[in-house]
Design a protein around this ligand. Sequence first.
Ligand SMILES: Cc1ncc(C[n+]2csc(CCOP(=O)(O)OP(=O)(O)O)c2C)c(N)n1
Ligand SMILES: [Mg+2]
Length: 620
Amino acid sequence: MKTRRFTMAQALIQFLRQQYVERDGREHAFFAGVLGIFGHGNVAGIGQALQQNPDFPYILVRNEQSGVHLAAGFAKGSNRLRAFACTSSIGPGATNMITGAALATINRLPVLLLPGDIFARRNVAPVLQQLESTATQDIGVNDCFKPVSRYWDRIYRPEQLVTSLPEAMRVLTSPSDAGAVTLALPQDVQTEAWDYPEALFEKRVWLIRRPEPDRVSLTRAIQAIGRAARPVVVCGGGVLMSEASEALDKFVKLTGIPVAETQAGKGALAWNHPQVVGAIGATGTLAANRLALAADLVIGIGTRYSDFTTASMTAFQNPEVRFVNINTAEFDAYKVGAVPVVADARIALEQLTAALSGFHVSPKYAAEIAGLKAKWDAEVDRLFHLNNPGKPAQSEVIGAMWQASGPRDILVSAAGSHPGDLHKLWRTTTPNGYHMEYGYSCMGYEIPGAMGAKLADPSREVFVFLGDGTYLMMPTEIVTSVQEGVKIIIVLVDNHGFASIGSLSRSLGQEGFGTRYRLRDARSGQLDGEPIAVDFAANARSLGAHTIQAANLAELKAALEEAKAQTRTTVIVVETDTSVGVPGYDAWWDVAVAEVSERPGVQAARANYELARKRERHHL
Ligand SMILES: Cc1ncc(C[n+]2csc(CCOP(=O)(O)OP(=O)(O)O)c2C)c(N)n1
Ligand SMILES: [Mg+2]
């Protein structure tokens, strides 16, 4: 057997460079490079290996967590066909990646995590940053990655790479199992040499499969659709990952079935497609929610049925409602008692279209869909043009951003009050033009996630809708965006705290307690003093961004044009009027209210809550 002598870290990097993927006859390298931060736990191993591979990109990030977010954003923007590996030192550098790992796994996005680990040799333990246990020596902080990884391994000996790496690739390239893959790398083992089989470093092409549906399940799905009077498609992120937009377009044009969108699936079809009725669920449009309410058949495609999508199991109230689920993951296909079609979305849709050539929804239902859609479009126009005196309303900021963006541009966001507003209002024209991380809804994802989306397709302008709370949590990847020349446009909406959780708190009778950015008042002892003055523009400028302060809607529109002409990451700061919000449209989200309280507001909220919960259903 021909062998090559490498350190474990060198072998690992050499292997990553040779991994390719193929789908629909197109083939390309899977890994775009490595992101990370060096410390004593990886500098001599992975760091040394990367140095001797200068044509395999290494991007120095500012925080290991945001590094993983960047990797997740890149994988999402690439429809999971490409990925980054993330390297960290041991201890805090490693555990910083856990939030990113959870985000990637929940959103089913492939990221390869390579945390450094404590000495396998053990004789010098406890090393700096080592977690000790009185019960075992076989434990460390990297064990915390286990529940948030789809595959987890620790490489105690250099030769273990040979069996571990193919498993890691199987999971990373799986259409149903993709998520975070963690290979914990003890710092001494990273530097140990071994004679690796040459075959490990040969080019390997992983087929990203398009699984075909089982014939019986498909027939049952066809029969269920053929019988339906009020079918609705719930379009999830799997439609985008499968690049099934065209197939979905054909299917719904043929059948007249309306398409409601989850956060992850929004934009698979253009907003003005005749069948698209927009967002569904807790943050849904009136059109989609009304259709869902009375639907007798829900065709869930590539969706996990999160509580936002099902409005905490209240969205579908027709007593006869049944489900057909098309999903590559058996786990998701079987949810809500559905006819499970375990298959690739594009393949399944093509087969359904071929089989349902005689099917079309009734003219009455078609007219109802068209009427609801027209009403919704008018509602969005109204919210975009409120002519709010003084500071703009958030919906006007969204309208201005939408007007400034081109049809191929990308909108990125993750947490705050705006994901709900954007889900309803943003008018996506091109697939992947709406990039909302709403599986983990993680504050701090937005800036690195947007960089990932930009790296996935540099030809598209990327706009970020960012809250002041999120900005204060994780602004520092702006420095990395300057370092790498990855330009994004950030619209930082300053509303002095958490508008989202603030209004949730008020709806629970808690008066926004602890959600405003205010000074502690000497007399009350509470956080209800003067607003805290943070100069966001100066802060962003200090990190290297071009910054613009916009005082009103006209200035925001001018700033957006200026930002588009910039080559550098640009941060536009705008204050909004928090008194004007986007309403909910027959929406409900289950957030449990205190069962006993001395506050009448909480007692009233609890009474409403108990009533509302009665609408929650089991779909068995
Ligand atoms: C990491 C993290 N911590 C906490 C939360 C809970 N949370 C959701 S939105 C939000 C407030 C966000 O504030 P901001 O970015 O200013 O947006 P706004 O609510 O004002 O629109 C919080 C604390 C979260 N989603 N992510
Ligand atoms: Mg805020």
